[in-house]
Design a binder for this molecule. Structure first.
Ligand SMILES: [Zn+2]
Length: 161
């Protein structure tokens, strides 16, 4: 009994550590999500500015902001404008792909969190097959398994903290 309690406590400790890890990971993902959404918003804003036809000086400023070297195109403002526009579109797509990846990882964390305290002994069933005995019926021998409440989780299927 004492051993079982010690084991349960050790498992609880592991669960707490895993939950902490998941929270940390989630926090990082949330921050990354904020960053990505801000970038997309900024890129879109600049895209709109270009659509509306910003003056060349401002166009150059946008190019510098997104680290695109279009100096060579600048004698041809229309070409530079298109290059920057396409680069912005590319960056938006790139950021949106990253956003879906972050979403996927967030879901993964949610699933892990749901499974984190499932009892390792009974796999969440709350009972365990214990003894197997045989009964004879007419000339057939039938195996019978009896199920006992799982002692580790007390039949709950989960280790409650
Ligand atoms: Zn159990």
């Amino acid at each position: 009994m004492l051993e079982l309690n010690a084991r349960r406590e050790a498992i609880k400790q592991k669960i707490r550590e895993k939950l902490q890890d998941l929270s940390n990971e989630e926090k990082e993902l949330n921050e990354e999500m904020d960053r990505l959404c801000n970038s997309v918003a900024e890129f879109r804003e600049r895209l709109e500015m270009i659509k509306e036809g910003v003056p060349t000086m401002q166009l150059k400023k946008i190019a510098t902001e997104i680290h695109v070297n279009v100096d060579v195109y600048f004698p041809f403002t229309q070409l530079a404008r298109r290059m920057i526009y396409e680069e912005l579109e590319r960056r938006i797509k790139e950021a949106e792909l990253k956003i879906s990846e972050v979403r996927r990882r967030m879901k993964e964390i949610e699933n892990k969190r749901r499974g984190v305290n499932i009892c390792p002994d009974c796999g969440g069933q709350g009972f365990r097959a214990s003894t197997c005995y045989y009964v004879r019926e007419d000339d057939i021998i039938i195996p019978v398994t009896s199920y006992d409440e799982c002692p580790l989780c007390g039949g709950k299927g989960r280790i409650e903290l």
